[in-house]
Design a protein around this ligand. Sequence first.
Ligand code: CDP
Ligand code: MG
Length: 247
Amino acid sequence: MDIKKEFEQTLVLIKPDALKNSLTGYVLSLLSEFHTGLRFAGAKIVYVGRMLAEEHYAEHQGKIFFPSLLEYIMGKLHYPDEPWKRRVIALVYQGTDAVKKIRDICGPTNPLVARDKNPGCIRALGTLVALKDSDGNIIGERMDNLIHASATNEDAEREIKLWFTPTDIPPFMRAYPVETNHLHYFFKDGNLYLKHEPESICLLSPGDIAWKTDIDALRAIERGPQSASSLGSVAAKYLINREKEVG
Ligand code: CDP
Ligand code: MG
């Protein structure tokens, strides 16, 4: 048995359209250990704030569908008037070929292509939504495709570290190095502080276990000119389910 392959992980997000259409049980059945040979390593219900949405989909910044994609993953499109229903289910699956196995069951990104090329895959149940400008002209389309799944092992590592802290994952299942933190780190308005600021949020306290790459990033930010983007990718998960972001 290749132990390294056994530890391969992937991130799955059951998106707001799947929740709204009560497809959670169906999706979980298709991804079950019986079908995929993969095991749950992490699970949480997440209210997706703008920072987390932007970090998760950073590679799509600037594209025509990006603003709509953020609203979609934040649950604003499917629950415009019911913010308490806005959430996604974030899951980590683990096992040999986790990334590929789950991507295959999800199917192509575009639900129409999914229906055509791979009937029965999860995304075949998705839909296309026209994107309009302020004058009502169609400028593109958004794909509501029910599920996110990491596309590569590198994406999986970045995404799992973005959505989960090490202690969200059982110790024997963690696939990435962790470190014990020795400082206080506080966050407020996009900035990092080593001492408590009024209305700041404590990201990490001495003794907390964190991803090693997060501690490395915090040390670098603390030393050099603040890099807002790398701070966002560390801070976002510590803000999960803390603040109500209504609007
Ligand atoms: O999710 P996947 O990795 O298959 O596709 P992606 O190209 O990374 O795009 C991320 C998400 O953006 C998709 O799952 C769609 O929900 C959305 N998207 C869209 O609305 N319109 C596009 N032309 C491309 C992607
Ligand atoms: Mg992708």
